[in-house]
Ligand binder design. Structure first.
Ligand code: BEZ
Length: 208
């Protein structure tokens, strides 16, 4: 069954490049980005894992841990890491799950047989500190993901969790937010700065 937004992220125990990990224990009270890649020693994946490593500081600022998964072995993951560092300049600094038996990939529906073979497609799960799934993305094997977008969504989720707001199209941190429909314009003016009523149902304000 597919995993939907708001579901509890399934827990699992898996072999990784950092030893055996029980997902919930490893994640603890952090946000997590759990993402699959098709295979080790492949070009697009090399760029993606290097970019993830380069973003460690950005993930840390957001109390977020990254963890990758493919159906390759720990030995292959470890053999591939020097290439990632060589090509991208970033040493892998997060665990990579070795899902040889496909148990994690199947639990998270990461193998899409119509995409060619039994390797994982490029999925992303953003999981909140309470282990709820907050975003899912699925990309084809031939298309590398945009990790700026993954950071942007974490920022938006954290902003909308902190206050009764939503984020408009193409929002970036610091841009104006949309006041939740449940708040009257009068209450919004007391709570937020620079409230602007474009329509009774569309009120902008500065990001609190
Ligand atoms: C890649 O990472 O370049 C890749 C992997 C599997 C299929 C297609 C591309």
């Amino acid at each position: 069954m597919s995993i939907r937004l708001g579901d509890d992220a399934p827990d699992f125990t898996a072999e990784t490049t950092e030893g055996e990990i029980k997902f919930y224990d490893w994640k603890a009270d952090s946000w997590a980005v759990l993402f699959s890649h098709p295979a080790d020693f492949t070009p697009v994946c090399t760029t993606e894992l290097g970019r993830t490593a380069a973003l460690k500081g950005e993930f840390d600022k957001r109390n977020t841990k990254a963890i990758a998964v493919s159906v390759d072995s720990v030995e292959d993951h470890n053999g591939w890491k020097p290439d990632i560092a060589d090509v991208t300049g970033s040493e892998v600094n997060f665990p990579i799950i070795a899902d040889k038996d496909h148990s994690v990939s199947e639990l998270y529906d990461m193998i899409h047989p119509g995409e060619g073979d039994s390797s994982t497609v490029r999925t992303v799960f953003i999981i909140a500190p309470n282990n709820k799934v907050r975003l899912t993305l699925t990309y084809p094997k031939s298309v590398g993901r945009n990790f700026d977008e993954i950071l942007r969504v974490i920022d938006a989720l954290q902003a909308t969790d902190a206050n009764p707001v939503s984020t408009p199209v193409d929002w970036k941190p610091g841009d104006r937010i949309i006041v939740a429909p449940t708040i009257s314009t009068e209450d919004a003016k007391a709570k937020f700065s620079n409230v602007e009523e474009k329509k009774p149902y569309l009120r902008y304000a500065d990001q609190p």
